[in-house]
Design a protein around this ligand. Structure first.
Ligand code: ZN
Ligand code: ZN
Length: 177
């Protein structure tokens, strides 16, 4: 979704609220978005800068880092972005503060790539090590059983050889050092 900001860019004091209800394609997003992205973004021309503030949310499919089961969470992100208002001859151009965004084409010729702005905001909300639930027990390293769903038979043996396992663990740690 591209948004033409040229009118607000040349009108100090102007404020525009843009409703967001957009389907997005996972491949472009970097994570698996399975619902439309909804929310709103408010643009304000303060005279010096153009502010973009809002809130967006979407359902996202993640993979648990412990048990590798897919699960769905609703991610919400605040949008807080500022663009410089640069006079170029008789024109005013909104420019990203971040050099990367200038190159990446987040905003050029006062056309904002709203999808990219939202993607950047949502991406910061994706957990680095997602968990299907806070107390996910993960998989048995021997048989692969999902331990949240029940114990496997190897668990008891592991428990019995706990001292052995500890010894191996310490050995591994020493090896890493
Ligand atoms: Zn899990
Ligand atoms: Zn097992």
């Amino acid at each position: 979704m591209k948004l033409d900001l040229s009118e607000i860019v040349r009108t100090p004091g102007m404020q525009v609220r843009q409703k967001i209800d957009e389907p997005f394609h996972p491949a472009e997003f970097g994570f698996d978005c399975i619902s439309p992205i909804t929310g709103s973004i408010e643009f304000t021309n303060t005279g010096d800068v153009l502010l973009a503030r809002g809130k967006v949310g979407a359902s996202v499919r993640l993979q648990c880092s412990r048990c590798v089961v897919d699960f769905v969470v609703v991610l919400t992100a605040n949008i807080e972005e500022q663009f410089r208002l640069v006079h170029m001859g008789d024109q005013i151009m909104a420019m990203p503060l971040d050099e990367e965004d200038v190159v990446g084409g987040l905003l050029s010729n006062n056309i904002l790539d709203v999808e990219e702005l939202i993607r950047q905001s949502l991406l910061t909300e994706v957990p680095i090590q997602p968990l299907c639930k806070p107390d996910c027990k993960g998989l048995c390293p021997i048989c692969g059983q999902n331990l949240s769903e029940g114990q496997c038979s190897c668990h008891q043996e592991m428990y019995n050889s706990a001292f052995q396992a500890l010894a191996i663990l310490l050995e591994d740690e020493e090896a890493e050092d």
